[in-house]
Ligand binder design. Structure first.
Ligand SMILES: C[S@@+](CC[C@H](N)C(=O)[O-])C[C@H]1O[C@@H](n2cnc3c(N)ncnc32)[C@H](O)[C@@H]1O
Length: 258
């Protein structure tokens, strides 16, 4: 099996250190760190292990990362420094029974946006629900909640920050439940990948149908109080903070399993 990520693994790692991505990491850390001590965590669509390794460093007892791309998984294994993290190749849109489960927390970082339609999304949620303990928590990093993904893409282009190097999302076309887009980066490495942004009601209905019936809670993106550390002194902090705060680019959803 080869996937679109096999050929961009190394470039992807560089993109993960862009300032825009550090802003995302800040939001995830602020939300998960207080809850993660001693937890057994499943990281779906783990890629090269960016969040799997952070989850360990924030206090998780054990992390299992799963990704469809053999290239990303082999890079994740090569980069990992902890024997408390395991990486497996697997397709999260097909039924998965993960060794070591069920888990206290299931996390996904940008996996759900690979579901092109409701059926595939429902299968992903079913995997989340079946591998999560009763009373466990799901956290998902996904496109911003909206019924108009195309309109949101246009707003993101209009208010694109200049000093935060940010991945650019370009509209490709409509699909039945939303839009297809290309995520493109020029720096620090040039690459692109295709994904989907479905309407928020479709994400919610698919979660219910997949067995994740708890209440949806949104952790809205937050910027660090002082982003000088991330951006450097030269950054246009005021202008770009305003742009980032004005237009939702992503959000972290939390659903507790009943
Ligand atoms: C944008 S990357 C995110 C990687 C990692 N979570 C992170 O935040 O750095 C999306 C990942 O989802 C994986 N992926 C896409 N479709 C998948 C599927 N059906 N099952 C498992 N992984 C999938 C890709 O191979 C890729 O590594």
């Amino acid at each position: 099996m080869t996937t679109q990520y096999d050929s961009i693994t190394l470039k992807y790692n560089a993109f993960r250190n862009m300032p825009g991505a550090l802003f995302e990491k800040h939001t995830v850390e602020k939300t998960l760190r207080p809850l993660i001590k001693g937890a057994k965590v499943l990281d779906l669509g783990c890629g090269s292990g960016h969040y799997s390794n952070l989850l360990i460093s924030w206090g998780a007892a054990q992390v299992v990362g799963v990704d469809i791309s053999p290239g990303m998984i082999s890079n994740a294994r090569a980069r990992s420094e902890s024997d408390r993290v395991t990486f497996l190749v697997g397709d999260c849109s097909q039924p998965l029974s993960i060794p070591g489960g069920p888990f206290d927390i299931v996390f996904e970082g940008w996996l759900l946006n690979y579901a092109p339609d409701r059926a595939s999304l429902t299968n992903m949620y079913r995997n989340i629900a079946t591998n999560l303990k009763d009373g466990g928590r799901f956290f998902g990093l996904k496109p911003y909640p909206t019924e108009d993904p195309r309109g949101q893409l246009e707003l993101m282009q209009k208010y694109k920050p200049q000093s935060y190097e940010y991945v650019s999302l370009k509209y490709v076309g409509d699909v039945e439940d939303g839009v297809a887009f290309l995520a493109c980066a020029e720096r620090p490495a040039k690459f692109e990948f295709k994904a989907y942004w479905l309407r928020e009601s479709v994400y919610k209905e698919a979660a219910q149908q997949g067995g994740l019936t708890g209440e949806w809670k949104w952790e809205h993106p937050t910027l660090p109080e002082d982003d000088r550390e991330i951006l450097g002194e030269a950054a246009d902090m005021d202008g770009d903070r305003a742009k980032l705060e004005r237009v939702g680019r992503f959000a972290l959803v939390r659903i507790d399993k009943d």
